[in-house]
Design a protein around this ligand. Structure first.
Ligand code: ATP
Length: 235
């Protein structure tokens, strides 16, 4: 479904990604893991059209995403939940959700997608009239994900959904991601919570200083002594 080939992205003279290639099959969860500053966010932003690559190709179901505006890429079926969530704090939960369905096609299906989001995230229904900024951290992250599902995306990009959440809420978050996967959403997940991410990933790529250092199924990478040593604190 998504293919990134030989991607190079730089901030001025500083190269952040060097010849990165990844692929995401429809219906799977793919994790991108790696240390701070490895280039994970840069890769997600390039896919959503927020950064312009220097070289390489990004294809969604065969169509190039290069030279397209972020809105156009969103309209092609990619929804991106950025690190930091990007919510409108002064607006209500419902208003934030409605904004997720800003594309004409999604707007026409607003009622159904809202029902679906509330079924998956009942807490948000209870708090529909409350300001987004007044929600707990976990609820805000759920709202950000729910808002992204309002466009009924074919690919959902989640950048560090578990960051800053308590262990219990992190568990709930991963359960929700698995539920979305069961419902057929393809998910590209960036995580520093490497063990959890690999547990739910069909396939994963390890990004190290701007390059793909390893890849494999989630189970393969969890079992890999090098991954355990470098990223999971195993001595
Ligand atoms: P984190 O988990 O800390 O967000 P990351 O793996 O997502 O890390 P990126 O944020 O993609 O990493 O950063 C990759 C590299 O690019 C880092 O060396 C970072 O310092 C650099 N970088 C990121 N954003 C910018 C920017 N706006 N200007 C210059 N350099 C940047």
């Amino acid at each position: 479904m998504l293919e990134v080939k030989d991607l190079e992205v730089a901030y001025g003279d500083v190269r952040a990604l060097w010849g990165v290639s990844i692929h995401v099959e429809a219906g799977t969860v793919v994790a991108i893991v790696g240390a701070n500053g490895a280039g994970k966010t840069t890769l997600m932003r390039a896919i959503s059209g927020l950064l312009k690559p220097k070289r390489g190709e990004i294809l969604l179901s065969g169509a190039s995403l290069l030279n397209r505006a972020p809105e156009e890429i969103a309209g092609m079926g990619i929804a991106h939940v950025p690190e930091g969530r990007g919510l409108f704090r002064q607006m209500t939960v419902l208003e934030n959700l409605e904004l997720g369905a800003f594309q004409p096609k999604a707007r026409a299906r607003m009622k159904q997608s809202l029902e679906k989001a509330y079924a998956l995230f009942p807490r948000l229904k209870e708090r529909a009239g409350q300001k987004a900024g007044s929600l707990s951290g976990g609820e805000q992250q759920m709202l950000a994900i729910a808002r992204a599902t309002m466009s009924e995306p074919s690919l959902l990009i989640l950048d560090e959904p578990s960051i800053g959440l308590s262990p219990l809420v992190v568990q709930q978050m991963f359960k929700l991601i698995e539920e979305l996967h069961r419902q057929g959403v393809t998910i590209l997940l960036v995580e520093q919570n490497i063990h959890q991410a690999l547990k739910i990933a069909d396939h994963a790529f390890v990004l190290k200083t701007g390059e793909i250092a390893m890849q494999g199924t989630g189970a393969e990478l969890i079992a890999d002594p090098e991954v355990q040593k470098a990223y999971m604190g195993v001595l």
